[in-house]
Design a protein around this ligand. Structure first.
Ligand code: URA
Length: 443
């Protein structure tokens, strides 16, 4: 077999066999196929797409390129959750403890920030002492004892994805529905849970900019999961503005803890209750509406917050920062960004908000960059809010004084002020599962 012939085949919109896909992925992981040939293949896939069969084979082969995590020692149904990436998205820190407090077993491997989006592992590492890299046996032990553990992806989880993702990042082939579906689902299949709740983000801060694309991605991922014997539900959720008020690692941990204590912003609270309820439904705990009631109760009676603190302590972290966020190290500079005219915020470019947060130190510029956990943005106003000239729209947190002015200009440019309030976009747009796509209905 020759990689050249496989590139021609895909370029000419013919279907690759499982053997051909396996040859290509294994060859690439072993460095027998060079980057330039894989890049040509990725671009051919970008333009020609893949059949469902090709996509299922690609995902399965990528999942099996490294360790397949065995969670069978943990009794009960294990449920994983994955967000396709957003700005201010700290939902794992809230929804997972709520679901765990209600009896779901969650053995979760999370990622780091990617581009303008944040990552759960970086947020957890903002908690002093928290270990995101622990032995597999300890990880399983924590889930058995506490029902919840969140760690970083081990180096050998779907290594084919790691290598292909890095190549996609520099060859303009990230925004391809089959390539994103295979990338996410290969890691989810390898991570070993029985059920997967996908939070597919749509809007200016997400990889998917239109609801049609987000639904198409959710359908592909659901089909891959079901074919591999996992139950999958996907919620299509709004990411046209940052989620909650805080962007940046320790700011987001503090906001997550607030939300678990019933003091969170409405959008974040609502979405986390929904995500937790759908995780519980997948675990067979009840109907979505029954699970929503249980999720709200777990916040009200403090068991969800206790669950997060338990996990943090079990993983070596100092849980006192969850109850007293003032213990987090503070940024040296707090810079207020003020509205330049009266009106309503009609739109925010959430991707730009994420990029500004990264610029302030909350994200990485290169793989080697160190994150400033205290850096980020606190939004005082969001889409739909009325503002008056000179009023504070956001507060920038940074230790780099020289950056603050430029960051403020960039943030203001990302916030559009108009005369009339905008139409409200629902927080949850649709639900996708093996039964198809349905518009979201509040139950
Ligand atoms: N997240 C992933 O893990 N992979 C993608 O391709 C996009 C988002």
């Amino acid at each position: 077999m020759r990689m050249y012939d496989l590139i021609v085949k895909k370029r000419d919109n013919k279907t690759l066999t499982r053997e051909e896909i396996s040859y290509m992925i294994q060859g690439y992981v072993k460095d027998e196929i060079p980057d330039y040939q894989m890049a040509a293949m990725l671009m051919a896939v970008y333009f020609q797409g893949m059949t469902d069969e090709e996509l299922a084979d690609l995902t399965d082969i990528m999942a099996h390129s490294g360790d397949m995590v065995d969670l069978s020692e943990i009794p009960g149904i294990k449920v994983d959750k994955h967000s396709t990436g957003g700005v201010g998205d700290k939902t794992t820190l809230i929804a997972a403890p709520i679901a765990a407090a209600c009896g779901v077993r969650i053995a979760k491997m999370s990622g780091r920030g990617l581009g303008h989006t944040g990552g759960t592992v970086d947020k957890l590492e903002a908690i002093p002492g928290y270990q995101t890299s622990i032995e597999r046996t300890r990880f399983i032990e924590i889930v058995k004892r506490h029902g919840l553990s969140v760690i970083g992806q081990s180096g050998n989880l779907a290594p084919a994805d790691k290598k292909i993702y890095a190549l996609r990042d520099v060859t303009a082939t990230v925004e391809s529905i089959p390539l994103i579906a295979a990338s996410i689902m290969s890691k989810k299949l390898a991570a070993g849970s029985d059920c997967i709740l996908l939070d597919v983000k749509v809007g200016s801060g997400a990889f998917m900019k239109s609801a049609e694309d987000a639904i198409a991605l959710a359908q592909k991922m659901s089909a891959i999961g079901e074919k591999a014997g996992r139950r999958v539900t996907a919620l299509i959720t709004d990411m046209d503005l940052p989620l909650g008020n805080c962007i940046g690692n320790s700011l987001e941990v503090a906001e997550a803890a607030d939300t678990l204590q019933g003091r969170g912003p409405d959008d974040l609270t609502e979405i986390c209750i929904e995500l937790a309820a759908y995780m519980m439904e997948l675990a067979g705990i009840g109907t979505v509406s029954e699970c929503k009631a249980k999720a709200k109760q777990a916040v009200k009676d403090g068991t969800a917050m206790k669950k997060l603190a338990e996990m943090v302590t079990a993983q070596g972290g100092d849980a006192s920062v969850l109850y007293r966020p003032e213990l987090f190290e503070k940024a040296a500079i707090l810079y207020e960004v003020k509205a330049e005219k009266d009106g309503y915020i009609v739109h925010m470019d959430a991707q730009e908000c994420g990029a500004v947060s990264c610029m302030l130190g909350a994200g990485r510029e290169t793989k080697e960059s160190r994150i400033d956990f205290s850096a980020g943005i606190v939004m005082r106003k969001k889409t739909g809010d009325r503002v008056t000239k000179g009023e504070t729209v956001a507060v920038l947190h940074t230790s780099q004084k020289e950056l603050a002015r430029a960051a403020a200009v960039r943030l203001l440019a990302a916030v559009e002020i108009g005369e009339k309030p905008p139409e409200r976009i629902p927080l949850i747009l649709a639900v996708v599962d093996r039964d198809g796509v349905r518009a979201y209905q509040d139950k």
